[in-house]
Design a protein around this ligand. Structure first.
Ligand SMILES: [Fe+2]
Length: 317
């Protein structure tokens, strides 16, 4: 995490111009103003799960659903506010209604050999999540990406595009997960995967973010003496805001975050992803609401709404 000094920006901008890609994305005057106004300090009594040292990118970065020419890049902004964390209630934390986020894809972790870059805006309407379908990328290539917003740069993530027909690729190396519960697991397997720099893909067969611990004895419930039914990060999920917060709990975990940073993910949905269960069997969250949060918080490319299962052509950055 580095503050964006002016020299750093000029350096990346110069390299980008040398490669004749899109114009250098120095902050606009409005973006510079927003950066000066942004306060990273968490207010007293703040409980929302976030990696404070990474603010405003307090849930790290992630990439997913790589194709031969594109990959989805993901991050989320956290704008602390004394009024609370719920984006459906606090729609303008610190007075921000929308924030522009710059993104960059490069061939090197120092982000000097820029391949693609662009801008996107986010707001409370999508829980301050950011999703970019970065296209026109070289196939079967390891790439690095980051976001910049409010005067700060995100951690740099590593990703990799899929091979195109004719590419000389003899094998693929894939790590696979399924049904990973924050309460029951200590996530060391995510940390081991994060240590590798040779993965083409991390697949997850669903329940990447479990809705709850089911009331079962669970290691982190014991460790933290959490109450199963009253703690907002463990109790039944009843609202979209609570489900979004459940994703935040997982994504703030340093071991899971490290795995998110290490390689592109391909996440499938299991029943907990779309139909959160409750201990009393009463469901207040619709499948549509849960699915919406799933697509907000994962780098998953949504299929076309026509039931064909086909993916849409990328609208580009
Ligand atoms: Fe499961």
């Amino acid at each position: 995490m580095t503050p964006l000094d002016r020299r750093g920006f000029l350096r990346t901008g110069t390299v980008a111009a040398g490669l004749a890609v899109t114009p250098a994305l120095a902050p606009t005057r409005a973006e510079a103003r927003a950066a000066r106004r942004y306060r990273r300090t968490l207010p007293a009594g703040w409980t929302y799960p976030v990696a404070e040292e990474l603010l405003p990118f307090g849930h790290g970065v992630m990439s997913g659903d790589p194709l031969a020419d594109r990959v989805i890049l993901w991050t989320r902004l956290t704008i602390p506010d004394r009024r609370g964390w719920d984006a459906s209630v606090v729609r303008d934390p610190q007075g921000f209604r929308r924030v522009t986020v710059r993104w960059v894809v490069a061939r090197d972790p120092g982000l000097r050999r820029v391949v693609r870059r662009g801008r996107v805006t986010t707001s409370a309407a999508r829980d301050w999540t950011v999703k970019v379908d970065a296209d026109r990328l070289p196939s079967a290539t390891t790439l690095y990406y980051a976001f910049e917003a409010l005067g700060w740069r995100s951690p740099v993530g590593r990703t990799r595009t899929a091979p195109a027909p004719g590419d000389d690729v003899g094998s693929l190396t894939i790590a696979h997960f399924a049904c990973t519960s924050w309460w029951h697991d200590v996530f060391n397997s995510f940390a081991r995967v994060a240590e590798r720099d040779d993965l083409d893909l991390i697949t997850h067969a669903g329940d990447h973010v479990y809705d709850n611990s089911g009331g079962h004895p669970a290691s982190r419930v014991w460790a933290d003496q959490w109450s199963w039914d009253t703690d907002v990060d463990n109790a039944d999920v009843r609202t979209p805001a609570e489900l979004r917060r459940r994703y935040a709990l997982y994504y703030a975990d340093p071991q899971l975050m490290a795995a998110h940073h290490a390689a592109p993910w391909a996440i499938m949905a299991d029943q907990h992803d779309y139909d959160p269960s409750t201990t009393d069997g009463v469901t207040t969250l619709s499948t549509e609401q849960a699915g919406r949060v799933f697509f907000e918080w994962t780098p998953v490319r949504p299929p076309l709404p026509d039931g064909s299962g086909r993916f849409p052509a990328s609208p580009g950055p």
